[in-house]
Design a protein around this ligand. Structure first.
Ligand code: COA
Ligand code: AMP
Length: 626
């Protein structure tokens, strides 16, 4: 079978045969007894009864197959102007010794380990070391504030935290250890030992007896062996934003994940062992988990771990330099990165300095890719540019143009077709399938394919409520959109309060919780408004308490600081506007969609349920003044 249609149909009509074939690419310590155990539905177990180790599949097996001297990971730091290559053998040594350090510290299978790290190789080493001994890692993105980290400490109750002395944001050195100490204090769950990787740019204070440096932690260790883990044993928890302030801990299990990683990198991204794959994202996001660390190593590729930005480190040629220097075959990033490059260098002058002929394709995800950016990338790089759609929950693409199978025709603005294993449908609010070209709720028929989320950490009922309850037998993606007459998907917006800022998924509800803490704020609403570079930016509308004398400027600064302190700089919250009242329905629901339309200068209909249409004019005036 060599075309998309046949392969998709095969996965749909005979999933057992399809995934059984895919699973042969993985080394199992014990073969699975049942391909899909649905006896506990809606909690499904792929490859039930099988045992494997993800780290073994990512490292050991390649070394055992004589590939130890090949490059596994290239660390390229544009911010420190350093780079370092790790062979598979070197990476394995580092991982196995760090794993032994964890065993000596009393960490074992099932224990949770929080990793709060910048983009350095030690982050991948820590993740793989957890996978090696069956500890469940939870990586927290460095741009999150102490309070966000604390929420994850409370929810996952880790036995160990791994961090670095600092991260580097272009030229700013951001000390991580004080944030970790603060988070431990806020979480109030007792003292958790911290391992700190000391970077030359910044030192960190250690708490005697509790904390250790990375180098002390691995001193005197041996190489730890891989532990055989049940297919269904969790590999990691990755927190993501939902409707409420409480992040959702997506649980990914070993067996399905390993199979999906291998299958997707080969068939969607068209990678082969020995190719060089670069996901220019952050290990703190799902893209980093799947396509910086796990998939490239499981397939036997070289992965690039880049510490830097698309612009400013030092210029808009940064991506082209990395492609040329490390002979990258496939680049994966978010459209926002290309918009940032285009703004600085509209005619791609910088590209002339480099030879990027090694590049075969560019994949974009994390937010809708606007046709302008897609076309600019195509014209500039002269390779297929693929918009593809997925989420933290799914761990790999739901819809894409599967270059490893067949290059489909591109429709700019659409992430193309559903991938094998995903039956994507569009339903109206009553659960009926809508007609072609009509917008509705995008849902996926259960069971979800291997590699997708099993549940939410410690909260099966929230998993059911958030994703499965709305439409029986379907997983609710949270996105709205439509299918055209050729089954191409068009992802138009979220149906919840999630916004996408520079490819980062954030909850406006959570920002509202922060703003509401300000003593001058009586009521507030946060919406996402279109931004040329970041896709969306949060905008706060605040109604002040009577008799408040604070100046607009001071209030704005204090609100910005509140969000930075609670959520972190990554929220990019920079604007709050005072309004007299917020538009609401008669039942008191804030009309966020209408506010958004006004803020974006779009036509809007006055909702029939609004309590007082005059408020909309007030909002228009307030927005115009700013
Ligand atoms: N640790 C600490 N702080 C961080 C951080 C980290 N790992 N990552 C970002 N931040 C901070 C930044 O320093 C910035 O802080 P500031 O407000 O004090 O300046 C803030 O968070 C916002 O950062 P960022 O979103 O990176 O915006 P930017 O304006 O610095 O850069 C882009 C804009 C488009 C260049 C940048 O967002 C980018 O490269 N995006 C790629 C998107 C991506 O990788 N998405 C992942 C999904 S594929
Ligand atoms: P995250 O979980 O952070 O990866 O964010 C997932 C969300 O980002 C999706 O539910 C979509 O809303 C959005 N998204 C990701 N990729 C795309 C895409 N290619 N097109 C449109 N929206 C996307």
């Amino acid at each position: 079978m060599s075309n998309y249609k046949e392969i998709y149909k095969h996965a749909q009509t005979n999933p057992n045969e399809f995934w059984d074939t895919a699973a042969k690419a993985i080394d199992w310590f014990k073969p699975y007894k049942k391909l899909l155990d649905d006896s506990q539905a809606p909690f499904y177990s792929w490859f039930a009864g099988g045992e494997l180790n993800t780290c073994y599949n990512a490292l050991d097996r390649h070394v055992l197959n004589g590939q130890g001297s090949r490059t596994a990971l290239i660390y390229d730091s544009a911010v420190t102007k350093n780079s370092r290559k790790y062979t598979y053998q070197e990476l394995l040594n580092e991982v196995a010794h760090f794993a032994d350090g964890m065993i000596k510290k009393g960490i074992s299978k099932g224990d949770r380990v929080i990793i709060y790290m910048p983009m350095i190789p030690q982050t991948a080493i820590a993740m793989l070391a957890c996978a090696r001994i069956g500890a469940i890692h939870s990586v927290v993105f460095g741009g999150f504030a102490a309070k966000e980290l604390a929420a994850r400490l409370v929810d996952s109750s880790p036995k160990l935290i791994i961090t670095a002395s600092c991260g580097i944001e272009i030229t700013k050195v951001i000390a991580y250890k004080p944030l970790v100490d603060k988070a431990i204090e806020i979480a109030n769950v007792g003292d958790i030992p911290v391992v700190v990787y000391m970077r030359p740019e910044c030192s960190a204070n250690l708490q005697a007896e509790r904390d250790s440096t990375w180098s002390d932690f691995v001193k005197g260790t041996n190489a730890a062996d891989c532990v055989a883990l049940e297919s269904d044993h969790p590999l990691y928890i990755l927190y993501t934003s939902g409707t409420t302030g409480q992040p959702k801990g997506v649980v990914r299990t070993n067996g399905g994940h390993a199979v999906a990683m291998h299958w997707s990198l080969k068939n969607i991204y068209a990678m082969q062992p020995e190719d060089v794959f670069w996901a220019a994202s952050d290990v703190g996001w799902v893209v980093g988990h799947s396509y910086i660390v796990y998939a490239p190593l499981i397939l036997g590729c070289t992965t690039v771990l880049y510490e830097g930005k698309p612009v400013g480190t030092p210029d808009a040629g940064a991506f082209w330099r990395v492609i040329d220097e490390h002979q990258v075959n496939c680049l994966f990033t978010a459209p926002t990165a290309f918009r940032a490059i285009r703004r600085e260098d509209p005619i791609a002058d910088e590209l002339q300095k480099y030879d990027t002929s090694c590049l075969r394709s560019l994949f974009l995800a994390g937010e809708r890719c606007d046709p302008n950016t897609l076309e600019w990338a195509q014209d500039t790089l002269k390779v297929p540019v693929i918009d593809h759609w997925w989420q933290t929950e799914t761990g790999w693409p739901i819809a894409a143009n599967p270059l490893g199978i067949e290059e489909l025709s591109v429709k700019p603005g659409s992430p193309s077709l559903a991938m094998p294993g995903y039956q994507v449908d569009i339903l109206d609010d009553q659960g009926n399938e809508v007609e072609v070209n009509n917008i509705g709720n995008i849902v996926i028929k259960l069971p979800l394919p291997p590699g997708t989320l099993k549940t939410l950490w410690g909260d099966d009922s929230r998993y059911i409520k958030a994703y499965l309850q709305t439409f029986p037998n379907y997983y609710l993606t949270g996105d709205a959109g439509y299918k055209d007459e050729e089954d191409y998907l068009w992802i138009m917006s979220r149906i919840d309060d999630v916004i996408n800022v520079a490819g980062h998924r954030l909850s406006t509800g959570q920002m509202e919780e922060s703003l509401a803490k300000h003593p001058a704020v009586a009521e507030c609403a946060v919406i996402g408004v279109k931004d040329e570079i970041k896709g969306e930016l949060p905008l706060g509308l605040v109604v002040l308490n009577k008799h408040t004398s604070i100046s607009d400027q001071q209030l704005q600064q204090e609100l910005i600081q509140l969000v930075r302190k609670d959520i972190g700089p990554v929220a990019a919250f920079k604007q709050a506007i005072n309004v007299k009242r917020l538009p609401k329905t008669r039942s008191g629901k804030i009309l966020r969609k209408t506010i958004k339309a006004i803020a974006q200068g779009e036509d809007y209909e006055i909702p029939a349920t609004i309590d007082d249409p005059e408020i909309l004019r007030e909002i228009e005036n307030a927005l115009m003044k700013n």
